[in-house]
Design a protein around this ligand. Structure first.
Ligand SMILES: [Zn+2]
Length: 157
């Protein structure tokens, strides 16, 4: 997926879930979603090598940072922390937004032909739905679906 698609779908996720949250927490959740939307990519610590004209990263692309399980674990821990309440409630809600948006990033990248590691080995076989190519017009459908779901969240409010 392109960075724009990740940003828009992460923002849509934040808007949709924000409908179910108190106003003071909704903004924090949306900010978490925006920060997490591209986190699996920027956590790779990548740069563009102008000499080789290729992307290089400290963590190989679509391995550890695109692995399903750490994002799922972070989301579960955030939800447990939210349920416990306390002084860290805002941080927990922001972290839940960050984790759920990171999870959405992995899910949408899994639609592409390159796929993501969804099994037990983050450096092993990648799973791909082979539904689209990065940058293809089908990404518009993914963005539209995200905003339709976000709108559905507000209609049930
Ligand atoms: Zn990615």
């Amino acid at each position: 997926m392109t960075p724009l698609t990740h940003n828009l779908t992460g923002f849509a996720l934040g808007l949709g879930v924000a409908a179910a949250l108190p106003h003071t927490m909704a903004g924090i959740f949306v900010v978490g979603c925006v920060l997490g939307a591209r986190a699996p990519d920027w956590l790779e610590i990548a740069r563009f090598n102008k000499w080789s004209r290729q992307r290089e990263s400290l963590i190989p692309h679509r391995t550890l940072t695109h692995w399903l399980w750490p994002w799922l674990a972070l989301l579960i821990l955030s939800v447990i922390s939210i349920r416990q309440g306390g002084q860290n409630l805002s941080t927990s809600i922001g972290m839940a937004g960050f984790a759920s948006s990171g999870l959405l990033h992995v899910a949408t990248d899994s639609m592409t032909s390159m796929g993501c590691p969804l099994g037990v080995n983050p450096f092993g076989k990648r799973t791909s739905l082979r539904w689209l190519r990065t940058g293809s017009s089908r990404e518009i459908l993914v963005i539209l679906a995200a905003f339709v779901l976000a709108g559905a969240g507000w209609s049930f409010r």
